[in-house]
Each structure stands twice: as structure tokens, then as C-alpha cells.
Design a protein around this ligand. Structure first.
Ligand code: PSU
Ligand code: MN
Length: 301
């Protein structure tokens, strides 16, 4: 049997030489953004990382093999394949064993990044505790995975479709550290401020690097979340956001959307019903987080 996972030569040599690498997730591409913008954004994210002198490693499963770093043709497959499934940690091996294709969530991407020795990861917004989770028990595996995976995750908080205060409580329970980048407010994904505070703030990539070194020296097991908000002039209009969220949640409920389909359903509803406003915000979120993650990776020897 061939190895279950494969590191792209460019990523392998960067890691071997101790040069900066940034892991990138693929669920954003396959399930988070509409075609054809998804491929355009995926490419632009990679070039943003390169501009800072870091090597991008987009992670996905193609033809039954975990791939750490994709060629441009592979990136296009992730963006265009109809039979690519969204996987969290528990299902990576199942898809590998069946020879299928999968896009990796934050949970799965951070697991694989850590396996490959990549320390910094950029995404849009983490999964978390869904609204009404006390009835549905719907809580993203991103939370438990981040509690045991020592990566630095640059994101714009958790998706605003979630119960943010409940998610922050769970992140605390699970020993997931959070610092605000240039803010002491927890970002609200499409919105600059979720309404909840953060205890610790950093203002430079070097501060994140120093903190990450201290965490390694102390063998802290979980992830460090670097919460990076959209500036207010790039956020979605809060009234439009709240209206679409109420509508989308109602529609998900009446359409019987459940489990791992809820997040893609709501993101897609936002993208369609906001006439592109949420897509613009989401694109900015991802590009800005890739930019910051690259600077953090460059600052982290
Ligand atoms: N952030 C985005 N777009 C996305 C996601 C996050 O901007 O599509 C994805 C991530 O892959 C995250 C997943 O891990 O949604 C969470 O899904 P769930 O809530 O089903 O765990
Ligand atoms: Mn879920």
C-alpha cells in the first residue's frame, strides 16, 4: 500500500530547512465559498502567503491520499469536484481507505498540519456551539480537536451563525488559548465585534511567536487561537447580518437541515441573500488571516 499521506516537495523542503510554512484548510474552498470565486480566493490566499516569504500548504484528501500542499491543478479539483465530502478528524481515514476525495475542516486540517510539523494555520472562522445546541447537541469537532492539537490558528473568531458566548465557555473548558490581535474584543466573523471580550491582546507577530515559544516550553497541549477581526469598514452591515441570520436559521429549521450540513447551508444562504456582501466580507477575512498567519510564521523561528 502506498503511504496514506504525502507532503508536496516545496512544503517538505521548507519544513526541512526550517523555513516558514502556513497550513490552509480546504472546506472553505469546497463548501464555504461559491464557485467560481472559491478557486480565485484559494489561489489568492496562496499568493498572499508567498508574498511574505512563507510556503502555503493547502490540505485535502484526493484519490484516497492526504495531501499537504496542493498544485494549482489540485486546488482546482478541490474547488470543482462534486463528490468531495467535508471531513472532520474522525472521517479522514475512512475516506482515505475508500480512495475518495475530502475537504478538511479546521479540526481535520489542524490535525494533519500538526502531523506534518506545520505550526501555523489560517482559516476564516472556527466552528463551535450552535444555537439551540442544548436540544440538538450540535457542537463542532473543531473545539475538541483544538483542545489537543498544538497549532497556532489565525481566524476571525467563530462563525457568527453560532452561539458565541457558549462557544467561548467551551473553549475555556477545553484549554484552548485565545489572544486578540490588535483588539480586546472577540471578533464576530462577518462582524468586527461579537460582543464578548477577550482577556489577552497582542499587537505584533513577534508577540505571537514569543507566546508560542512559551507554550511549547511548558508543553501546553491545545491550540492558540489568534483572533483577528475585520476592520469596521470591511464588516457586513450589522442590521443586514442579523436579518439574514434570523431568516437563514428559520429556513434551516423548516428545511430539516442537520449536522454537518448546517454550516454550509447558512453560509450559502448569506452569500445568496446578501447580494455578495457576505462573500466580500468572507473573502477579506480569509485573505487577511492568511496575511497575518504568514507574518506570524515568518516571525516564529
Ligand atoms: N469558516 C469559513 N468557512 C467555512 C468554515 C469555516 O469561513 O466553510 C468551515 C470550517 O472548515 C470549519 C467548519 O471547520 O466550517 C465547521 O463546520 P461544523 O460547524 O459542521 O463543524
Ligand atoms: Mn456540527
Amino acid at each position: 500500500m502506498t503511504a496514506a499521506w504525502e507532503v508536496a516537495p516545496e512544503v517538505e523542503s521548507a519544513l526541512a530547512d526550517g523555513r516558514p510554512v502556513v497550513a490552509l484548510e480546504s472546506t472553505i474552498i469546497s463548501h464555504g465559498l461559491p464557485r467560481p470565486e472559491n478557486l480565485r480566493v484559494a489561489r489568492e490566499v496562496e499568493s498572499t502567503v508567498r508574498r511574505h516569504g512563507a510556503t502555503p500548504a493547502t490540505i485535502a484528501v484526493l484519490d484516497g491520499r492526504v495531501r499537504i500542499g496542493l498544485s494549482d491543478a489540485d486546488l482546482a479539483r478541490v474547488a470543482d469536484l462534486d463528490d468531495i465530502v467535508k471531513v472532520s478528524v474522525r472521517d479522514i481515514a475512512t475516506v482515505v481507505a475508500r480512495g475518495g476525495h475530502a475537504a478538511t475542516t479546521v479540526a481535520a486540517t489542524s490535525h494533519l498540519a500538526h502531523l506534518a510539523g506545520i505550526r501555523v494555520f489560517a482559516t476564516g472562522g472556527l466552528g463551535g456551539v450552535h444555537r439551540h445546541a442544548r436540544d440538538t447537541w450540535d457542537e463542532s469537532a473543531d473545539l475538541t480537536s483544538l483542545s489537543t492539537t498544538p497549532v497556532i490558528v489565525v481566524c476571525s473568531g467563530v462563525k457568527s451563525i453560532l452561539d458565541v458566548p457558549a462557544t467561548l465557555e467551551r473553549l475555556e473548558t477545553l484549554n484552548v488559548a485565545i489572544v486578540g490581535y490588535g483588539t480586546d474584543r472577540f471578533p464576530g466573523f462577518y462582524l468586527s465585534d461579537s460582543g464578548s471580550p477577550i482577556d489577552y491582546r497582542v499587537d505584533a507577530p513577534e508577540e505571537v511567536a514569543t507566546l508560542a515559544r512559551a507554550r511549547r516550553a511548558l508543553a501546553i497541549p491545545g491550540a492558540l487561537v489568534v483572533a483577528h477581526p475585520l476592520p469596521e469598514d470591511l464588516q457586513m452591515d450589522p442590521d443586514l447580518h442579523d436579518r439574514l441570520l434570523a431568516e437563514g436559521l428559520g429556513l434551516a429549521e423548516t428545511s430539516g437541515v442537520r449536522g454537518k450540513d448546517v454550516t454550509p447551508f447558512l453560509l450559502d444562504y448569506f452569500h445568496r441573500a446578501s447580494a455578495g456582501r457576505s462573500l466580500e466580507a468572507n473573502t477579506q477575512i480569509i485573505l487577511r488571516n492568511a496575511d497575518l498567519a504568514a507574518r506570524v510564521a515568518v516571525a516564529s523561528p
